[in-house]
Structure formats: C-alpha cells, structure tokens
Design a protein around this ligand. Sequence first.
Ligand SMILES: NC(=O)C1=CN([C@@H]2O[C@H](COP(=O)(O)OP(=O)(O)OC[C@H]3O[C@@H](n4cnc5c(N)ncnc54)[C@H](OP(=O)(O)O)[C@@H]3O)[C@@H](O)[C@H]2O)[C@@H](O)CC1
Ligand SMILES: [K+]
Length: 504
Amino acid sequence: MKILSAEQTRAADQATIQAANIRSDQLMERAATAFSEWLINHLSQNAASEVHLFCGPGNNGGDGLAVARQLHLSGYAVHVWLLPAATHSPDFIINRQRLPTAVPCVELVSKKFPTLAPRSIIVDALFGTGLSRPLEGLAAEVVQHLNSSETAVFAIDLPSGLFADAPQPPDSPVVRAQHTVGFELPKLAYLLPQNAQLVGTWEVLPIGLNKEFIHNAPVENYFVDTNFLVGRLPKRPKFAHKGTFGHALLLAGSFGKIGAAVLAARACLHGGVGLLTVRTPAVGYIILQTAVPEAMALTDPASDFITELPDLKSYAAVGIGPGLGQDPATVEVLRQLLQQAHEASLPLILDADALNLLGTHRELLDQLPPNTLLTPHPKEFERLTERAHNDYHRLELLRAFCRRHTCYCVLKGAYTALGTPEGLLYFNSTGNPGMGTGGSGDVLTGLLLALRADQRLSPLDAALLGIFAHGHAGDLAAQQTGEAGLIASDIVRFIGPALAGLER
Ligand SMILES: NC(=O)C1=CN([C@@H]2O[C@H](COP(=O)(O)OP(=O)(O)OC[C@H]3O[C@@H](n4cnc5c(N)ncnc54)[C@H](OP(=O)(O)O)[C@@H]3O)[C@@H](O)[C@H]2O)[C@@H](O)CC1
Ligand SMILES: [K+]
C-alpha cells in the first residue's frame, strides 16, 4: 500500500469525488459509516454506557457528527461536544444540521468539561489530516482533559494534535488514543515508535478512494502487506536442482558466539538456499557440523575469530556479521570482502558486528558494492550515521544513507523500514514484540542471504520478502509459544510456512 502525505490524502478525496461523481458529504458519509460499523462491532463486545463524541470545526469534526447521528439511529446513547471555532467546513455544517435534535450537542467551555465515566467511550473527532499547527488554548485543554480521564479513546483518522506525516514539537498536546481508525491507507504517523502511545493500535477501513489516483500518486513511502507481495516469490520450478537456488557463503561466529552462526545458517537453509557454506573460526567446527549438518563448514585457521577470507568464486551471495566479533584481523577480512565482492558483482549482506566494524572504519562505507544489503537496528544505524533527533529525522537519515551508498538498508524495529538506493522506504507489517530476543537478527540475516542467493529475485524483492517472512514466521511461532516464550529458533521453524504462504 502507498502511504500518502496529508496533502495527497486531500487530493485523493477530491479525485474520488470527481471520478465517482459524488458530493463531498457523500464521501464523508462513507467514512463515517465505515467508522460507525467498526465501533458498533467493538461495542457489541464491550458494553459501554454512552459514547461521547468530541468534534472539531473541520471535516474530522464532520465525520464525528455523522458518526453521532448513525450511532443515535442505531440506538446508542450519544453526546456531542463541539469545539468552538470562527469558521466550520461546509460538510461539518451539513452534518451539524443533520444531527437529530434528540442528540445532546453542547459547545465546550474552558474549565467546564464533562465528567466522563470510565465505562463510557470517547470518540476523538477534533482534528485529523487538516491540522496546521500544534494545539493550544481551549483545544489543548480539551486534549488534556481527555487524556486525564480513564475513558477509552477511539480516534477518527488521527489522534487529535498529531500530524499525519511530520514531527510534533516536543510536549505539544496530542490525544492518547487506545485505537485509531483511518481510511483506505495508513499514515506515516502510525508507524513510528515515538507515536505508539498516541496512536494506540490502528487499522484502516476502505472507503472507495479513487484507485487510479492512488496508483499514479508519486510517493516515497510504502506499507508492505501480503497484497503488496503477491507475485514476487516465484514457485520453485519442478526441474530445479540445488544450483538453481544458489550457493551462499556465511561468515559468522567467534569464540562464545558460534550460536549466532548456527541460527543464521539454519535460517538460510530454511529460506530455501541451494547450498550453504559457513566460515567460522576453528572453535566453531564441531558445533556447526553437529548443529547444522546440512551446511558445509569451512573453518578459519584461527581458533577464535575469522582472520582469512575464503576464495569467493563459487558463491552466489555472501553474508557476514552474526556473532563475528571485532578483532582487527576481521576488519581486514571485511575490507577484502568489500573489494572482491565489488569486482565480482557479488550480492552482500552485512549485519551485526560487520556493521559495527563499518561504524568504526567509516572509510569502508565508500567501498560498499552497489546494492549491498545492511541490517542495522537503530543503535547500529546510529554508529553508521549520526544520532537522530526523532523518528522522522531517522527516516531521513536512512533515505540519505541509502542514496549516498547505493545500498539497501533494513532499519529494524516494530515496523522495520527498508531503505532503497532510490530513497524510497518500505515499512513492514509483520512481527511482534516477542521477536525482540537474542538471535532474532541472526535469523533475519540468514533468511535474507538465502533470498539474495536466489538468482530469480531482484535485490528489492529479496529484501521485502525476507523481512516480511521473518516477521510472519515470528507471528506464527508466537501463536504456539506466546510472545514471552518465543526464541530465535522458533522463528527458524516457521520460515518454511511463512514463505509457502507467499509463493505465487
Ligand atoms: N481525505 C479523505 O480521505 C477523507 C477525509 N475525511 C476526514 O476529513 C479530515 C480532514 O478534514 P479537514 O481537512 O477539514 O481537516 P481537520 O483535521 O478536520 O481540521 C481542519 C480544521 O481545523 C482547523 N485547525 C487546524 N489546525 C488547528 C489548530 N492547531 N488549532 C485550531 N484549529 C486548527 C482548521 O482551520 P485553520 O487551519 O484554517 O485555522 C480547520 O478548520 C480527515 O482527517 C478525515 O477525518 C473523511 O471525511 C472523508 C475521507
Ligand atoms: K481525530
């Protein structure tokens, strides 16, 4: 799915009205109906005494008024609270007039806000995508009042006070919603850790926005769900042999961290690689041969760290990093790898200590072969770039980094973001908090290595599929283990089913 800017969302609104030959209040009615149906379904599972709708002066408030009417007609006890304003949008006015007189509708007055019973619920329809500045004055007081009540808040489109696609000044008032219901497409604001406590859980409901407009809208951000990946993972051909899926080389492990090599190797094999050779220091030989008999072991002459780069000519892709350690000899291995992979146009994946080594030897960044895939978590990313002021700034750093180094970079987190050499960002939709566990990143590296070795996949598709399947495998595993009980080996076990679900 594309992620539109606030401005593009307004344009999509207009395009829909024109193409479908409907009035804007009819589109608002669609949005309100979608929200009301969702809320009624929610209320049927959670008895609430009454619904308080807080409505602002624009179309977000108009949505709220239409929802109030619909809930009233469905037999719910509703109260409408209006934020006073000098002007109102035309569709607000239409829906104000349509509100049945039986619905109590009162203008908010400073310091005389309603008492909200914990068992009632609040619908936040103060401001949506039209927010033009941080809230202050009465609007800010109302937000504080809502946030200090113990009543659950359901936001229409955005928690009021939150910009759809830009950061807030610190401490500006924003509604803290339990759940946010948007329309058609997700907003960038939903996906950032700094907004998690404000947006709550979220979903988007279809309202028939014009498909052609969305198709043609130029965007920089995408949300990757199952539909987005349809057709990207080809079925394995009947007459395939292990050469078809590539021979991968994994450089991983050091004394005390051979487990990282084992996890990455298992993930690579379950990811469908044809052949896998693993380079570990000598100390890893027996562990690897025992734990992962499917992989070939090519041990380093040194006992505890990798000190020599093997000959690269048989490999389709190389991954380096899990449990690698940061020995000076290993830096040289990385340096040679970058150089030789560049000359041979060999796909590379860099993770964990390989990234930390890049961070301490930044001159190596300029030697990254084009289309190299890096998989840092935010701290590792900071070592490669600079400290971000906020999540939006971090995303801009990611865009700039990928453009500058012509690379793909996976910024790991709740909605893992993949940056591309073109400066586009793809946000992943799968995964769960249980995956924040040791070895989870090693599994991702192994899986991505398998997909990069598969000659049929573009670098972009390999990365998108790998990130999605990793999260999905974690979700499948968590159904059995629970989130707390999830360990990295559980993710490995479900890579196969996760990939099978994506096959064309
Ligand atoms: N596009 C879609 O797909 C669909 C959109 N729909 C709905 O429309 C919503 C967007 O509506 P919208 O554009 O009217 O903006 P909205 O958020 O109601 O606020 C604008 C008003 O607030 C005011 N205002 C702004 N900032 C302020 C501040 N800090 N403090 C005080 N006032 C402030 C601003 O006035 P001004 O900035 O001119 O002073 C103006 O009066 C969207 O979120 C969704 O719910 C659906 O109905 C149909 C499908
Ligand atoms: K809102």
